[in-house]
Write a protein that binds this ligand. Structure first.
Ligand code: HEM
Length: 192
């Protein structure tokens, strides 16, 4: 029963694009041979992650733990950096779904419906986290992140990356309110 339910949980697999960006991140800090060494170290047999495949979330975590150790930073901090790094590529991949009038605020308001919506409709096997975004006054958004993958660091990093993409880093403050490894994490985004 345990094994069956694990197999059937969509969140045990992640889209190849995330692995492609992880490799790019590792290569931007080190090089290709470091990436290959990391795969060997975690016991991964494959040598590449084709973009349109789905691969185990556990494999992503195993690689992430190794890289964080190599960089001598906590896994959570690595997740934030990785999330921020991914944004320009994520936006490039899904640019057809973007409204040119958007800035950080609108992008966050519409991520669940438009962006993660596009991810799911393009590939039914995916299951991006659930993001409930609520306006609190004119200058604050509250983002409730829910995912069994427990990757709130990536969420915080992506929000920072979006602010950076729109050159609004100096007026956007991102604060995580919940425990980093929780399944449900509340994130405050304040606009100056
Ligand atoms: C440009 C907008 C965005 C695009 C194109 C995008 C795309 C994606 C894709 C393709 C995945 C992999 C899904 C899967 O394998 O099932 C993903 C996962 C994820 N997304 Fe987004 N995303 C966007 C914005 C955001 C925002 C604003 C947040 C945070 C508030 C966020 C948080 C995450 C997290 C944390 C994951 C990792 C998986 C998990 O936690 O379950 N994304 N996203």
């Amino acid at each position: 029963m345990g094994i069956v339910s694990k197999k059937m949980n969509k969140q045990n697999l992640m889209h190849g694009s995330i692995f492609v960006m992880l490799r790019k991140f590792v290569e931007s800090n080190y090089d290709y041979s470091t990436w290959m060494d990391l795969l060997k170290k975690v016991g991964v047999e494959r040598t590449s992650y084709p973009m349109h495949g789905m691969y185990p979330t556990d494999e992503l975590f195993a690689i992430v733990h190794e890289v964080a150790e190599k960089m001598e930073i906590p896994v959570y901090d690595f997740m934030e950096k990785f999330g921020e790094f991914m944004v320009p590529d994520l936006i490039e991949m899904y640019k057809d779904y973007l409204d040119p009038a958007w800035c950080t605020y609108e992008m966050l308001i519409y991520t669940e419906e438009k962006m993660h919506g596009a991810v799911k409709s393009q590939d039914k096997r995916t299951s991006p986290p659930k993001l409930l975004v609520t306006k609190q006054g004119e200058k604050r958004l509250i983002i409730n992140y829910t995912s069994k993958r427990r990757m709130s660091g990536v969420a915080v990093g992506i929000i920072r990356g979006i602010a950076r993409y729109y050159q609004e880093s100096d007026k956007v403050t991102v604060i995580r309110l919940s425990q980093p490894a929780a399944e449900k994490v509340q994130i405050l985004v304040d606009f100056e």
